[in-house]
Design a protein around this ligand. Structure first.
Ligand code: AMP
Length: 193
């Protein structure tokens, strides 16, 4: 792995614990010589992860759509900043530049990004690891719901297991290194079933 994409809040969240975790993730990436790929903003947890990586001498690559880049939130001191025409182009580029995907606590933007990349993994569009960094139990209710979706047979257990969940960045990155995508298709073709 060379670079990891981090999806996370453009807000800092209520607890200082979230900021601490953003810094810890930045430190873990640099310690493993992994570059950061992220949404290119200077605000919230996004800015904290990028600042930590940069302060420690690591590589932070931002990918931001033009509409957001015009606003003042764009981070001006990144190793590289890619400005795309659209959100769709941006997400494709973030995916192409990254060897794994982590969602820290965040809002709708974060949910949408991790769910899309996990969907692409489920469909075999890529074979890269995806995970949630479950800081202060932020994703407990979501993981309970995902287990419910699997129990109700809308999600196959191997596809559910593709979205790894850990509380510590090092534990999540350890699992990324040994990740093997499941050998299972989303759909069974009737004559192959
Ligand atoms: P949210 O979780 O709703 O705060 O949205 C954060 C996620 O959506 C990040 O991972 C970004 O990729 C994207 N995003 C949302 N707001 C911005 C912004 N102002 N600048 C860049 N990316 C953003």
């Amino acid at each position: 792995m060379k670079a990891v994409c981090v999806y996370c809040g453009s807000s800092p969240g209520r607890l200082e614990t979230y900021a601490d975790a953003a810094r810890a993730l930045g430190q873990a990436l640099v310690a493993r010589k992994l570059g950061l790929v992220y949404g290119g903003a200077s605000i919230g947890l996004m800015g904290l992860v990028a600042d930590t990586v940069l302060q420690l001498g690591g590589r932070a690559v931002g990918v931001i759509p033009q509409a957001l880049a015009r606003k003042e939130v764009v981070h001006r001191h990144l190793t590289e900043l890619h400005v795309t025409q659209s959100m769709h182009e941006r997400k494709t580029m973030m995916a192409d530049l990254s060897d794994g995907f982590i969602a820290m606590p965040g809002g709708i933007g974060t949910f949408e990004e991790i769910f899309e990349i996990w969907t692409w993994a489920q469909l075999g569009i890529h074979a890269k690891p995806c995970g949630l960094l479950n800081v202060a139990g932020y994703y407990d209710a979501l993981t309970t719901f995902l287990d419910h979706a699997a129990a109700e047979q809308f999600l196959k257990p191997p596809h559910r297991a593709m979205l790894m969940v850990e509380q510590q960045p090092q534990a999540l990155l350890d699992r990324f290194v040994s990740y093997q995508p499941p050998d299972i298709r989303k759909w069974l073709v009737p004559d192959e079933a």
